[in-house]
Design a protein around this ligand. Sequence first.
Ligand code: 1CP
Length: 363
Amino acid sequence: MSRPGIRAAGNVLNLKPELWDSHFLRACRGEATKRTPVWLMRQAGRYMQHYRGIRSGRSFLDLCKDPALASEVTLYAREWLDVDAAIIFSDILVVLEALGLPLTFATGDGPVLGKPIRDGAAVVALRDPLTAAKDLGYVHEAIRRTVTGLPADIPLIGFCGAPYTLAAYAIEGGSSRQFAHTKTFMYRDGGAWNALLARITAALIPYLNAQIAAGTSCVQVFDSWVGHLTRADFIEFVQPHLRTLVAGITPGVPVILFGTETSHLSDLIAACGADVIGVDTTTDLSATWERCGGPTRIAVQGNLDPCLLLGPRERLLKAADVVLAAAGGRPGHIFNLGHGVLKETDPEQAKALVQHVHARTTR
Ligand code: 1CP
């Protein structure tokens, strides 16, 4: 089972011409653009005063579950930064909550998932994937509201966590550095492992397709921590599920696959059916592009180090030029960071970066 690449599919969603021909969607299809499109992973968040104002007095999850506020946060960041795409404000972990794992975000400590999954019985006890996807209707409602507030030529990106990265959070019970529980589970009980990833994938497909039906015209799959695996483990334990996920996404919608520290996996990730490969800071953008088939086959997104936003302006803009030089003006480059904006970032630096990329690449 596979899905026609975005370049072959045509405008099957019947997008309006302004959107279809937007810089961002053209770049996803590997077409020439009048300037290089740019957006920033985690462009809405704690580094912005507007976000902190809306967030104060409520929990992060309450904000995610309020479609009016989630939409406001999304639209504000998009407009203030003047980026070429919006990404819906939510989190990858809401899917695990919908599958039955109690989720909380302790202040400063990151996510906590109660009832971590450590055996096959816990996988069987997860909620039905279709019900889980339906319970995420608040994300779909936030998307419907957001698309009505966007300029006609600005796409909204939907997203989810990849099966591996979500399984890792479910098994660890939160963030991790070594992923020891995850790997132990994977090596010890391949049957339960595959059942877990299949269950997560079965929730992600209807969840993403409902995001698309609600108005997102691109989706990004965050496989943030898959870079911790070897090629052999990726092929055995992850690739079949990632392929199934991509194959299940509505044809004609560009799929961006992103993971950090994945230079050793990029060709395998691309082979899962990605239209765009997200490149992190530690990975060479030009070499990755060639390894994944070059600009005639795939688009690339990335890959400025988010820490550069914390440093002097001159160094930031020079480093942006280095990223642009690596892309070499080839069609199909989407400028982004190599990972999310850090909360210590001065928003003016982010805005200056966006302006710089636009000015440097206007053709
Ligand atoms: O206000 C707060 O205190 C919450 C901070 C916060 C925010 C703003 C979290 C907690 N998530 C988010 C939003 C978010 N998360 C977005 C929003 C859209 C935008 O870009 O504007 C997106 C796309 C995510 C995705 C996400 N969540 C990922 C994948 C991307 C990545 O950075 O690799 C991951 C791994 C998460 C988990 C998560 N959410 C939040 C935290 C603290 C974490 C843990 C990160 C870790 O384990 O280190």
